[in-house]
Design a protein around this ligand. Structure first.
Ligand SMILES: *Cc1c(COP(=O)(O)O)cnc(C)c1O
Length: 252
C-alpha cells in the first residue's frame, strides 16, 4: 500500500475494527457464535481504492448496489490481480445487493457471486438464462447464488416480493439450473421497529427452510440495525456507512 493513502488506511482500519467488535458483541449477546454472521462490506459510492484497502485488511467479499459502478470496480480488481498488485489466488466475491432491472441480468451474471435482491419470477428467469450462458461461456464457474428479497411492508417501490408470492418464487428458483437458492434478504422500512421486522423475517425464513433446507442465508442488518438483525437470525450483515463513511444522498 502506498504512503499517500495512509490516512485513509488508518481510518478504514479503525472503522473495520469497530464494526467487527460490534458484530462480535452482538453475536455474544444473542448467544450465537461469532462465526455465524458474516460481515459484507458495502462499497457502493466509494472508489475501488477503498475496496482495495478493505481487501488488504482481510475482506474478500463486497456488496455493490449499482450495476454500472460495480462493473468498473470489478474490472479494476481483476486488472490489479492480473498485474500481481493483489493476490489473484484469493479472489474477491462480489454481491449485488440493490434493485436490479432485468436488462442488467446478463452483465450481473458475469461478475456477481450472489444476488441479494431477487424479487420476481421474471427477474429470476432472466438471471437463470444469463447465468447458464455465463457458465457455458466460462464466464462463471458455479451457479449464481440467489437470495430472495422479501417485502416486509408490501410497498413494491422499495423492492421485495410480497409474502404470499414467496413460496412460488422459491420453488421456481429451486428448479433453475443456473441459480442456487441461498436464502432471504430484507431491508426494514424506514422508521419501523427493527426488532419487530427482523423477528417477522426470521419466522418467514424458518418456513422457507422447511421446504428448502439449504437456503440458510439470511441477509439482514446494516449500519443502524445490525444488532437487532443478529438477535433474529441474520447470517450476513451488509455494512457501508460504519466502514467507509456517509454516502452522498441520492433521490430515487
Ligand atoms: C447501501 C446498502 C446497505 C449499507 O447500508 P449502511 O446503512 O450504509 O450500512 C445495505 N444494504 C443495502 C441493500 C444497501 O443498498
Amino acid at each position: 500500500m502506498n504512503a499517500d493513502n495512509s490516512g485513509r488506511v488508518a481510518e478504514i482500519s479503525a472503522a473495520l475494527d469497530s464494526v467487527r467488535s460490534r458484530l462480535t458483541a452482538a453475536c455474544a449477546a444473542a448467544g450465537r457464535p461469532a462465526s455465524a454472521v458474516t460481515l459484507l462490506p458495502v462499497t457502493k459510492f466509494f472508489p475501488a481504492s477503498d475496496a482495495r484497502i478493505l481487501y488488504e485488511l482481510g475482506c474478500r467479499e463486497f456488496g455493490e448496489s449499482r450495476e454500472q459502478e460495480a462493473i468498473a470496480k470489478v474490472a479494476e480488481f481483476a486488472a490489479a490481480a492480473a498485474g500481481g498488485a493483489i493476490d489473484g489466488a484469493d479472489p474477491v466475491r462480489w454481491h449485488m445487493i440493490g434493485q436490479l432491472q432485468r436488462n442488467k441480468a446478463r452483465s450481473v451474471a458475469k461478475w456477481a457471486y450472489a444476488i441479494h435482491s431477487v424479487d420476481s419470477a421474471r427477474l429470476a428467469d432472466a438471471l437463470d438464462r444469463a447465468a447458464l450462458d455465463a457458465l457455458s461461456a466460462g464466464d462463471r464457474a458455479a451457479p449464481l447464488r440467489v437470495l430472495i428479497q422479501v417485502s416486509l411492508d408490501a410497498d413494491p417501490t422499495r423492492g421485495g416480493i410480497a409474502l404470499d408470492e414467496l413460496a412460488a418464487l422459491a420453488a421456481r428458483i429451486e428448479t433453475a439450473d443456473g441459480l442456487e437458492l441461498a436464502g432471504l434478504m430484507a431491508v426494514p422500512p424506514l422508521g419501523s421497529d427493527a426488532d419487530e421486522q427482523f423477528a417477522r423475517l426470521h419466522e418467514v425464513h424458518r418456513s422457507v427452510l422447511e421446504s428448502h433446507p439449504h437456503a440458510v442465508e439470511l441477509s439482514a442488518g446494516m449500519t443502524g440495525d445490525l444488532e437487532a438483525a443478529v438477535r433474529h437470525g441474520s447470517t450476513c450483515v451488509r455494512v457501508g456507512t460504519a466502514l467507509l463513511g456517509s454516502r452522498p444522498v441520492i433521490s430515487k
